[in-house]
Design a protein around this ligand. Structure first.
Ligand SMILES: Cc1cc2nc3c(=O)[nH]c(=O)nc-3n(C[C@H](O)[C@H](O)[C@H](O)COP(=O)(O)O)c2cc1C
Length: 219
C-alpha cells in the first residue's frame, strides 16, 4: 500500500468484526511497531496482546465506567451538545457522530478480537506513540482497523493489576488499541485545512498555499 493511502485512511476504526486477527500477522505488526523513532534508542516500550474473552469483558466494564465518568465531567459540555443541540448544525452533527462511535466502543469493546496494551516509562509517550502509530499504519496496510484509546488511564492501577504487572515496575500503561477487521468502510478523516495549522517563519504569519480538499482521496 502507498504510504499516503495508509496515512490518509488510518483513522479511529472502532467498529470491528469479531473475526480473529491472523496469528501470522502479529510478527509483522510488532516488528513494524518497534522500528519507530524513540528517545536515545532506549526502546522503552512494551506491549501486551489480549484475546481472552473473560479478560476482555473485564476490561470493557472498566472502560465503560471510565467513559461514563468522563461524560459526567470533562465531556459534560459535549454531552449537552449531543442531547440538546440541533442535529442539523454540522458541528453538533459531528459531535453526535463521534459520541455514537465512542459509546459503541465502550459498550462493545470486548467484541474486538484483540486488545493491544502499550506500556512505557512515566511521561514516555514521546517514545511509545511513534511506535504505536507505526503499528496502526502497518495494521491498516493489512486491512486491519485500530483506534488509539487512553481512557483506561482513569483506572490505570486496576488495569495494570489485571495485567499482573508488578506494582514496583517502571512501566505504565500509555494506551490500549482494539484491533480487528473493520465492519465499515475506510475513509479520509475530516480535518481543518492544513494551511490553518501552519505558519510561515513566525507565529501567526500565513503560508502562501492552501489545500481546500484532502490531497489524497478515493476516485
Ligand atoms: C492520545 C489519544 C487518545 C485517544 N483516546 C481515545 C479514547 O480513549 N477513546 C476513543 O474512543 N478514542 C480515543 N482517541 C481517538 C480520537 O478520538 C480520534 O483520533 C479522533 O476523534 C479523530 O478520529 P478520526 O481520525 O477517525 O477522524 C484518542 C486519540 C489519541 C491520539
Amino acid at each position: 500500500m502507498d504510504v499516503y493511502e495508509a496515512i490518509y485512511t488510518t483513522r479511529a476504526m472502532r467498529r470491528l468484526s469479531p473475526e480473529p486477527v491472523p496469528e501470522e500477522l502479529l510478527p509483522k505488526l510488532f516488528d513494524a511497531a518497534i522500528r519507530g523513532p524513540n528517545s536515545g534508542n532506549t526502546q522503552l516500550f512494551r506491549f501486551i496482546t489480549v484475546t481472552d474473552a473473560a479478560m476482555k469483558k473485564q476490561i470493557q466494564e472498566i472502560y465503560r465506567e471510565c467513559l461514563t465518568e468522563l461524560n459526567a465531567t470533562k465531556y459534560a459540555g459535549a454531552q449537552e451538545k449531543v442531547n440538546e443541540g440541533d442535529p442539523d448544525d454540522p458541528d453538533v452533527a459531528q459531535t453526535i457522530k463521534i459520541d455514537k462511535s465512542a459509546q459503541w466502543l465502550a459498550n462493545n469493546l470486548d467484541t474486538a478480537p484483540m486488545l493491544i496494551f502499550v506500556f512505557g516509562k512515566e511521561g514516555g509517550e514521546t517514545t511509545t506513540f511513534p511506535c504505536l502509530w507505526n503499528l496502526c499504519l502497518a495494521a491498516r496496510s493489512e486491512g486491519l482497523g485500530t483506534s488509539i484509546t487512553t481512557l483506561l488511564k482513569l483506572q490505570k492501577q486496576r488495569v495494570e493489576d489485571l495485567m499482573k504487572m508488578p506494582r514496583d515496575s517502571i512501566w505504565n500503561m500509555h494506551a490500549m488499541i482494539p484491533i480487528g477487521f473493520p465492519t465499515g468502510k475506510w475513509g479520509v478523516p475530516n480535518r481543518q485545512p492544513a494551511e490553518e495549522a501552519v505558519f510561515s517563519e513566525s507565529w501567526g504569519e500565513p503560508v502562501g498555499w492552501s489545500v481546500p480538499e484532502p490531497l489524497w482521496g478515493y476516485e
